[in-house]
Design a binder for this molecule. Structure first.
Ligand SMILES: [Zn+2]
Ligand SMILES: [Zn+2]
Length: 162
């Protein structure tokens, strides 16, 4: 699996869908996020920062000894990110915050990749609604480190029996 491919330090794919997995009809339609909000209602879409032609989601990250900001792709299944400042470390968890007001993003469920990993929720409406949100793991390089709709997370969790 190529995690730190491409040509530079700036854009890294967070993970890749397993090759050969049959795509359902639903998955052929790519879901693009046009609005995303922090728990206080700030719009975190950054029109200055485009990934594959689409304005991305600006997120502030922090862990002991490191902080910075990155842009997450707004396209479902697109794992590219732009690091604006600071550095992410493979396999390391960061707490994620709103770049505007500094509030921490809520956590939906634990991610199975690490005991302390969380699936962080980002609302698609100014008033946070978990049925209208995306979620991704806060551990760099986790295959759940991508934007997926939170309803799917809840379904996966139920299937796994948490
Ligand atoms: Zn905010
Ligand atoms: Zn994870």
């Amino acid at each position: 699996m190529k995690r730190f491919g491409k040509d530079g330090k700036l854009i890294i794919p967070l993970g890749q869908r397993k090759k050969g997995t049959p795509e359902s009809e639903e998955e052929k339609v790519r879901y693009v996020i046009t609005d995303a909000y922090c728990p206080n209602g700030c719009n975190i879409i950054d029109k200055e920062q485009k990934i594959n032609g689409v304005a991305g989601l600006r997120i502030r990250f922090m862990r002991p000894g490191m902080e910075g900001e990155f842009i997450l792709s707004a396209i479902e299944g697109d794992f590219d990110k732009i690091i604006l400042s600071g550095e992410l470390e493979d396999g390391v968890k960061d707490e994620l915050y709103c770049p505007h007001c500094g509030v921490i993003f809520g956590k939906l469920v634990n991610c199975s990749c690490k005991p302390d990993a969380d699936m962080v929720a980002v609302g698609l409406t100014p008033q946070l609604d978990f049925n209208n949100a995306i979620s991704f793991c806060n551990v760099t390089g986790c295959s759940n480190g991508t934007s997926i709709k939170s309803g799917d997370v809840i379904r996966h969790v139920r299937l796994r029996g948490y």
